[in-house]
Design a protein around this ligand. Structure first.
Ligand SMILES: Cc1ncc(COP(=O)(O)O)c(C=O)c1O
Length: 454
């Protein structure tokens, strides 16, 4: 029985400010959906509609919703130790066990873990640590950051400065000149007439020219998502991350891999940097799938080399949050990693993720689908007005939103992003659910295409 009163929820909700929302548009009651419960791969709204969670919460509920094992682990932890931070000289066994486990899972010499509460904080922490590191090494000018057009690294002041400038329209970001945005690895729109290898060289040359202009002695870090997520699911050309790693290493620039989305099974491995892209970064940041979203937690995992500098005698680590290493969050992460390992979820994703990818690629036949791209359970569909010229739909058509709304009416939550629709479901999809997602998308895209006269 549906015991929720939508009117009551939405009346109260008028006091809540949603993230990344058209706040004026949300004044229309119909534009809002209250999710009231979730189990496995599905969520239910306040009207009793059950829908496939095609975005896995916010690409974070990797092991699926409602896992008793994680809920029990959180409860047991709260009963034993509800709160203590990893602050000053204090620690607690659950955070220590999780740091140890992450150090073992992370590639190379990424052995030191700082816990925060969000991906944004994990990325801010990476930069603060590197700035401090360069100060310790007597290189006070080595502070600038290379990021990329299309990147999303978070919403704090600094993380937003590293994010693609489009996200800051009408807003301010951290000091101008701190971040330089390189070209996006957006093959569909940026590589016209080029082979994959030529596009890779063009992107490498873009980095090299930025280094020449800014001076390697002024650049602390390059930050990159293995596959760009919120930028529209942009998969870089083959060999890109290794090439960028090589260039940054040659110029003594640290490589930060933002694995907030790509870790914990989404691409078929616990971490994607080495296992998928053959490269070990100097810092790896992660969040989301670390706890499958059951608790807010992030990790900034740094190399022994960086740690050795910031832990020298006389150095003080002047960085910290009240909830760093929160016991309940650490307990959730440990139980989540237990499930991922016991159920072999990353390995399973290596095959089910490919089935998902193939199913979605079939949608390319639609009159308004320009490209379907991505990998495993991280996919994007780009809609175009004209498939041959790749002319996009005008912004006010809101094609992504239209398809997302059509899909929601048919029982699937997907995420619109301008002309792109993003699918990043839980990692427990079986063949039948994948077929269902494909059927809903095919229907929804068909309906919108007809509506738009295609
Ligand atoms: C790649 C990436 N980095 C960082 C973040 C920021 O994480 P959070 O929203 O937890 O601050 C996100 C969030 O979507 C992300 O996709």
């Amino acid at each position: 029985m549906n015991t929720f009163n939508t009117d009551e929820i939405l009346t109260r909700d008028a006091h809540l400010i949603q993230s990344f929302a058209d706040l004026d548009g949300l004044k229309q009651r119909a534009a809002r959906t209250a999710i009231v419960s979730a189990k496995g791969a599905y969520v239910t709204d306040s009207e009793g509609n059950r829908m496939i969670d095609g975005i896995g919460g916010l690409w974070c509920v990797n092991v699926g919703h409602g896992r008793e094992e994680i809920i029990d682990a959180i409860t047991r932890q709260l009963q034993t130790l509800d709160y203590y931070s990893t602050f000053y000289n204090f620690t607690h066994p659950t955070a220590a066990a999780l740091a140890d486990r992450l150090a073992a899972l992370a590639p190379g010499s990424l052995n030191r873990v700082y816990f925060g509460n969000s991906g944004s904080v994990a990325n801010d922490t990476a930069i603060r640590i590197l700035h401090h590191y360069n100060n310790r090494l007597g290189r006070p000018n080595k502070k600038k950051i290379l990021s990329r057009i299309g990147a999303y690294h978070g919403s704090t002041h600094l993380a937003m400065a590293m994010t693609t400038p489009a996200y800051s329209e009408g807003w301010d970001t951290a000091s101008k000149g701190l971040v330089h945005h390189l070209r996006a690895p957006y093959a569909y729109r940026e590589a016209e007439g080029m082979s994959e290898a030529e596009f890779l060289e063009a992107l490498a040359e873009d980095m090299l020219s930025a280094i020449r202009d800014i001076g390697a002695e002024n650049i602390a870090a390059f930050i990159a998502e293995p596959i760009m997520g919120a930028g529209g699911i942009l998969v870089a050309p083959d060999g890109y991350h290794q090439r960028m790693r090589q260039i940054t290493a040659e110029h003594d620039i640290k490589y930060i891999a933002d694995e907030v989305v790509t870790a914990f099974g989404r691409l078929g491995h616990m971490f994607a940097s080495e296992d998928v892209f053959g490269m070990v970064p100097d810092i790896l940041t992660t969040a989301k799938g670390l706890t499958s979203g059951y608790q807010p937690l992030s990790a900034t995992i740094i190399s022994d080399e960086i740690y050795d500098v910031i832990s020298e005698p006389g150095a003080m680590f002047l960085h910290g949050m009240t909830y760093s290493g929160h016991p309940a969050a650490a307990a959730a992460a440990l139980a989540n990693i237990d499930i991922l390992e016991r159920e072999n979820i990353p390995l399973m994703v290596q095959s089910t993720g490919k089935v998902f990818e193939d199913a979605l690629r079939g949608l390319t036949d639609s009159a308004i689908v320009g490209e379907v791209r991505g990998s495993h359970f991280m996919m994007g569909i780009e809609f175009v007005k004209d498939k041959d010229s790749r002319e996009p739909f005008a912004d006010d058509i809101n094609v992504g939103l239209r398809v997302a709304q059509a899909a929601q009416q048919r029982g699937l939550i997907a995420r619109p992003l301008g002309n792109i629709l993003i699918l990043s479901p839980t990692l427990i999809m079986d063949g039948a659910m994948i077929d269902e997602i494909e059927a809903v998308l095919s229907d929804s895209i068909g309906a919108v295409a007809t509506e738009l006269g295609h």
